[in-house]
Design a protein around this ligand. Structure first.
Ligand code: DOR
Length: 426
């Protein structure tokens, strides 16, 4: 006897890596038990006119807990994620304290247990993300941590990064890099170029990202370590990653929605909502990031969801922290702005990141016998972005007031609807 009432998602078009087909999807006890025409169950969720896809997977969420609960909590971030169609998110370790030990990993995983989205966590590469001493990656890996990063900062020291890669290779885990050479950034607050010169805001050159991409490709060649490049933002970064993949190196990459939609020209408002690291770049960079997504060089769209309170984000441009919200707008931005088939958008938002994270047995597919982690999308519904209407505790979206196409209707987590008709259920 099933423990919970069965559920059918009715009238949608199923899209996953296996292809596209019209099918109702029946779920019993958290698992997809049948797919086909005219199926019924105890409960029905309407998917007429919708795409039934696997739940989205984010490789890059700042959940701010522990330490900055006024900006976000694991719970509020996970709720925003569910509204955005995500069924799994990876917490970044730049919390206070940093997620650099088994104790803090356990704390974050515990906080995520009752959340409306699976919460995984990355671990820091170095103690306190200070870039000086390797963190105890083995004890974090023993708790299931699969990705390590000092995100918010890159590992500056070449030899330490080599040692981190050797350590990671032995543990069979992935290092993810926030590519930014601190010295070359020179304290810049936006992209260095025509706009920084005009606005009188100190800039950081594209080369500050590219030098670290170049170094880490070289170190991946030297050590054999799997390296994932976070939030790639420049044309030459994309070019180097394309060449590294063609050379057979174990390299993957992500790009954020803001880096494929916005340029440094936005900073002309002096509004810090457009301040982010890496910074918004030029039209040519945006075009290159889009081309990288189109040809698969950049396999994942990741949000870099970075909530900040108004008290900090409304400081003057040079004093405000970098970062912008992403979880509730990523899918719609990809559908509205990228000229790609929906299956390719879902590949970048769901099954590719699920594979990178090693959770593709649980997330990233719609198939009989698989756990029911799903997202039902109305690809034609238009809506207007409003920071204050978001589930996030913060409202720092650079897309305020923008009309987007594509809305999440329902999100199903382990068989339970956590979002119904766009409304979070818990
Ligand atoms: O803009 C950013 N904000 N980039 C980062 O790498 C960190 C993030 C944050 O934590 O706010």
């Amino acid at each position: 006897m099933p423990e919970s009432p069965s559920l059918v998602i009715k009238g949608g078009r199923v899209v996953d890596a296996a292809g596209e087909r019209e099918a109702d999807v029946v779920i019993v006890d958290g698992v997809i038990t049948a797919m086909g025409a005219d199926l019924s169950a105890d409960r029905t969720l309407d998917a007429a006119g919708c795409v039934v896809g696997p739940g989205l997977v984010d490789l890059h969420s700042h959940l701010r807990e522990p330490g900055k609960e006024e900006a976000e909590t694991v719970e509020s971030g996970a709720r925003g994620a569910a509204v955005g169609g995500y069924t799994a998110i990876l917490a970044m370790p730049n919390t206070t304290p940093a997620i650099d030990s088994a104790g803090v990993v356990q704390q974050v995983l515990e906080l995520g247990r009752a959340a409306p989205c699976d919460v995984l966590t990355a671990g820091a590469i170095t103690v306190g993300r200070a870039g000086e001493q390797l963190a105890p990656m083995a004890e974090m890996a023993a708790l299931g941590v699969r990705i390590f990063t000092d995100d918010g900062a890159g590992v500056q020291d070449n030899l330490l990064m080599r040692r981190a890669m050797e350590y990671a290779t032995g543990l069979d885990v992935i290092l993810a890099q926030h590519c930014e050479d601190d010295a070359l950034c020179g304290g810049g607050h936006m992209n260095e170029g025509e706009w920084s010169a005009r606005l009188g805001i100190p800039g950081q050159p594209a080369e500050a990202e590219e030098l670290m991409v170049m170094r880490d490709i070289a170190l991946a060649r030297l050590t054999g370590c799997r390296i994932h490049f976070q939030h790639m933002s420049t044309a030459r970064s994309v070019e180097m990653i394309r060449a590294a993949i063609a050379a057979g190196l174990p390299v993957t990459a992500e790009a954020t929605p803001h880096h494929f939609t916005l340029t440094d020209a936005e900073c002309r408002s002096y509004d810090p909502v457009f301040k982010v690291n890496p910074p918004l770049r030029t039209d040519a960079d945006v075009a290159a990031v889009r081309a990288g997504l189109a040809d698969g060089t950049i396999g994942a769209i990741a949000t870099d969801h970075a909530p900040h309170t108004p008290e900090t984000k409304e400081l003057p441009f040079d004093q405000a922290p970098p970062g912008m919200l992403g979880l509730e707008t990523a899918l719609a931005l990809a559908l509205t702005e990228l000229d790609l088939p929906i299956a390719q958008v879902l590949a970048a938002l769901s099954w590719n990141p699920a594979r990178i994270l090693g959770i593709d047995g649980v997330h990233g597919s719609v198939a009989e016998g698989r756990p029911a982690n799903l997202c039902v999308i109305d690809p034609e519904e238009t809506w207007t972005v409003s920071g204050s209407a978001m589930a996030s505790r913060s409202s720092n979206t650079p897309f305020e007031g923008r009309q987007l196409r594509g809305k999440v209707r329902h999100t199903i987590l382990h068989g339970e609807p956590v979002v119904i008709a766009g409304e979070a259920q818990r």
